[in-house]
Design a protein around this ligand. Structure first.
Ligand SMILES: [Zn+2]
Length: 467
């Protein structure tokens, strides 16, 4: 082991803080943002243009290292799954560095490994921050047919390089949890199966062992926040097939972490576990781990909602029924940023769900709200206190004269420009804008899925748009 070992959390943390790529500050960057950053590394890395996407954007590989063990890492085959791409650019800075306490580690990696990085396999999807490519194909179901040029590029790179190890880097919904716990699966892992029987051969074993080592790092810094994917075989997916073609493949899925909407901490975790894995591969230290330890990692589950309201009394035909409401607020991309759009995901007996925020609403009645009659000049005429005042009076929405549908704001009230009404309800799929009342007094408002205590509003950020 080198003096600065990547099996040491504080080494990994200080490496990240020193080498984090400062030009990437949020997760909605585009292909054009990356090109100067790739060129920046043309001295230390061998850069090869592998081909072009459907819309003609370049896809390049960056190669580094003089060793025998080949490792290929590819990211963002789903255009809106960019967390690991950020970490790869941090890693490039780290590998290119020299003259510091990490020199031993770099020398080890350089002498043992032959690394090929392919960041952002789906630049056309990234351009719109959407999952699929420009022909609306899910690249991760195109490993065999290779209808997409991006899939041909990835398959070609694998066949030319024949890596011993592969890293398949994705993001997952923030609603995944470590099974049976309310903790978000911040990182989920998988050593994909290569057949329907989900057999474990030597190739798959190496991936499992390396994942166990990565999980040790994660359990130190985000205990309980790791899930393991189901290993059902998907015959069209890259991870499964690349394992089948003889590469020990490690899937990393970046999920959610509290107060990290732009995934900058999860970016750091990716950097840390990838660097750790590279050291394990360079030293073969993964051989100390067993597949039993891999199978002991908790399964991934999909049981989280943003807001779980327990036993809200909802009115039907003059009678009230107590239902748990599970509300999810999904982020919708708007340029380089986003707003939230909330709806009811499920209701009834939701005891198997966990809320990132949970609230006991027993004894509180669902009640509708109104639109304030007179128009405001613009959103700047309102502030949080004024909005809360209007909520207390029973208004869930205001109208504005200036501004446009789609403009963003941070008020705890709905703002209307292109419409006179807003969606409201408690049934599945309905927009979550309502009050919770007791004895005819409005105690709480739910505005676009945000719970607001009208007497004691807490500090929270509202990511809203004008309707
Ligand atoms: Zn994905």
């Amino acid at each position: 082991m080198p003096v600065s070992s990547a099996s040491n959390v504080s080494t990994l943390e200080s490496a990240f803080s020193k080498f984090k790529e400062p030009a990437i500050t949020h997760r909605r960057f585009k292909h054009a943002d990356l090109q100067p950053l790739i060129q920046k590394h043309s001295g230390a890395f061998e850069i090869t243009k592998l081909g072009e996407s459907v819309e003609g954007r370049s896809i390049s590989s960056l190669d580094w290292g003089d060793g025998k063990t080949k490792v290929m890492l590819w990211s963002q085959m789903h255009g809106n799954e960019s967390t690991a791409t950020m970490a790869l650019f941090d890693l490039f800075n780290f590998l290119e560095g020299n003259g510091d306490e990490f020199d031993d580690l770099r020398t080890l990696l350089k002498s043992q490994l032959d690394l090929k990085f392919i960041p952002m396999i789906n630049p056309d999807g990234a351009e719109q921050f959407k999952r699929r490519n420009a022909i609306d194909i899910d690249l991760n179901r195109d490993a065999i047919s290779q209808i997409s040029p991006e899939a041909i590029i990835l398959k070609g790179a694998r066949d030319d390089f024949e890596p011993e190890f592969g890293f398949n880097l994705h993001d997952q919904q923030t609603y995944y949890n470590a099974s049976g716990t309310p903790k978000q699966a911040t990182i989920s892992v998988l050593a994909p199966a290569y057949n329907y029987d989900t057999d474990v051969n030597a190739v798959r074993t190496r991936a499992m062992q390396t994942i166990v080592g990565m999980n040790e790092i994660l359990q130190e810094v985000v205990p309980g926040h790791v899930g393991k994917y189901d290993d059902a075989f998907e015959p069209r997916a890259f991870g499964d097939n690349i394992t089948k073609w003889g590469t020990s493949t490690i899937l990393i899925e970046s999920g959610g972490y509290p107060n990290d909407p732009d995934k900058q901490y999860i970016r750091q975790l990716n950097f840390m576990i990838i660097l750790n894995a590279l050291e394990q591969i360079a030293t073969k230290s993964y051989e100390q781990y067993t597949i039993e330890e891999y199978f002991a990692i908790p399964d991934n589950d999909l049981q989280l909602v943003d807001l779980l309201l327990n036993e809200v009394q909802v009115p039907v035909n003059g009678k009230y029924f107590p239902v748990d409401l599970g509300i999810r607020r999904r982020d919708i991309t708007a340029g380089e940023t986003y707003y939230m759009s909330a709806s009811v995901d499920d209701l009834g007996d939701l005891q198997v769900y966990f809320g990132l925020e949970e609230f006991d609403a027993s004894g509180l009645n669902y009640a509708e709200g109104k639109v304030y009659a007179s128009e405001f000049e613009s959103v700047s005429m309102l502030d949080e206190a004024k909005a809360i005042e209007l909520l207390k009076q029973g208004y869930l929405a205001v109208k504005v004269k200036n501004g446009a549908k789609g403009d963003l704001h941070n008020l705890p009230i709905l703002v209307l420009k292109s419409t006179e009404t807003f969606s409201s309800g408690w049934r599945t799929g309905e927009g979550t804008n309502f009050f919770l009342e007791k004895d005819g007094v409005r105690k709480y408002a739910v505005v676009n899925g945000y719970l607001i205590d009208l007497e004691h509003p807490k500090d929270q950020e509202f990511k809203q748009r004008i309707y």
